[in-house]
Design a protein around this ligand. Structure first.
Ligand code: UDP
Length: 376
């Protein structure tokens, strides 16, 4: 009889949701976490009464009522709706995602019919130009964007941002990245198409603390310093760390993009009037500025606090010792990952789950859904 039913390596959303559901079934869990805090990249630090999203903006969104009800049963969520604004190379501000407001700001068109005409004209120009160059199907992100939305929007709102985010030219990036950006002929600035979205009232730490209640949690513990000892403490293991590290990098190292934040406290109650402002010009080194208070404070209540906190976000290539953020799902990395996945598949008594163990760019809701399904 071991001390625990489950050893959970990593106190992020996957591990914490697993611990919660296991505890509800009467199972004993030990959660070990390398960082000095739980919550993974959802973790927020309170500074000047503001929850700072230390690892970048997290906005919970889903159309799955079961997932929404589950997270709201741990902590109620607020009504935050993501409506980012973009500061373009032409110096103007544009609404995102591409909608009637954006088209009005770009071309002065006022009705869906006028906008559709303008979009058609822009697309035709781009497609005709490609045809004269002998290109019939978009082969990369640049060609995909030009044929979807035309040159004006591509140059003002897509090219610079995308090249900064991925560190590669748009004509060397896969087309699928851009397909997820909606194009709407309505005056709707909501970035997501999902039925539900929001931020936990009081911040994400409340969600994680609620999920971890009832389990033993040890922080500042590196599983790899003594993996036999930790694995010996429980019947089964849930591993949410890097899968290549679990297997001693035997097939090579997986690559990531990482994000660096420059955070500043300002003696100004309202710096940019919005949680997210993207900087789409190649001449600005950061991709966006997050003003954290706007995730949880609405209307003139932002003036109740005389301070604000902003983070400039810089996207860079990941190196050892940095925090891995986005998996680079190109052919080379995917081939390496599949070899590790094959080993993981053959394991008994170990579940590999989450962004790092599955080498997959995950939103939060699909993680919760995945763990709920595991318990079904
Ligand atoms: N994108 C863009 N301009 C913008 C915002 C997004 O071209 O102002 C494109 C870009 O190709 C990017 C993709 O949409 O890689 C996804 O961006 P988003 O900011 O939604 O990704 P996140 O990092 O928030 O998951």
């Amino acid at each position: 009889m071991k001390e625990y039913d489950y050893l959970i390596v990593g106190a992020g959303l996957f591990g914490a949701t697993f611990a919660y559901l296991a505890h509800k079934k009467g199972l004993r869990c030990l959660v070990i976490e390398k960082r000095s805090h739980s919550g993974g990249n959802l973790y927020c630090r309170q500074i000047e009464d503001i929850n700072v999203h230390v690892y970048g903006a997290h906005i919970f969104h889903t159309s799955d009522k079961r997932v929404w009800d589950f997270v709201n049963s741990i902590v109620p969520f607020n009504r935050y709706t993501n409506c980012p604004v973009a500061q373009a190379p032409d110096g103007k501000l544009y609404n995102l995602p591409f909608n009637m407001n954006t088209f009005y700001q770009m071309w002065g068109v006022k009705t869906p019919e006028e906008a559709a005409c303008k979009l058609e004209e822009q697309r035709k120009d781009a497609v005709n130009k490609m045809k004269t160059d002998g290109i019939t199907e978009p082969r990369n992100l640049e060609e995909q964007a030009l044929s979807l939305i035309g040159r004006d929007i591509y140059e003002q709102l897509i090219k610079g941002y995308t090249e900064k985010q991925w560190g590669r030219p748009c004509n060397e990036l896969p087309a699928f990245i851009i397909r997820r950006l909606p194009v709407r002929l309505t005056f709707d600035n909501n970035y997501f198409n999902d039925a539900y979205q929001g931020i936990p009232i009081g911040g994400y730490n409340k969600l994680i603390d609620g999920l971890l209640e009832g389990s033993d949690v040890m922080l500042d513990v590196d599983f790899f310093n003594n993996r036999e000892k930790w694995m010996d403490m429980a019947d089964k293991v849930v591993f949410t760390g890097k899968i290549d590290e679990y297997y001693g990098y035997r097939f090579g190292k997986l690559e990531y993009r990482t994000v660096r934040f420059e955070t500043e406290i300002l003696d100004n109650p309202n710096y940019q009037g919005n949680a997210v402002v993207n900087y789409t010009s190649a001449n600005v080194p950061f991709t966006r500025i997050i003003e954290h208070k706007h995730f949880e404070t609405f209307g003139n209540a932002v003036y109740d606090n005389p301070h604000t906190i902003i983070s400039r976000e810089y996207s860079t290539e990941w190196k050892d010792g940095m925090e891995p953020f986005y998996p680079v799902n190109d052919a080379r990395n995917q081939a390496i990952f599949l070899k590790y996945k094959d080993l993981a598949y053959k394991e008994q008594g170990i579940i590999f789950g989450g962004r790092l163990a599955e080498y997959k760019y995950y939103d939060m809701a699909p993680i919760v859904s995945k763990v709920l399904n595991l318990f079904d």
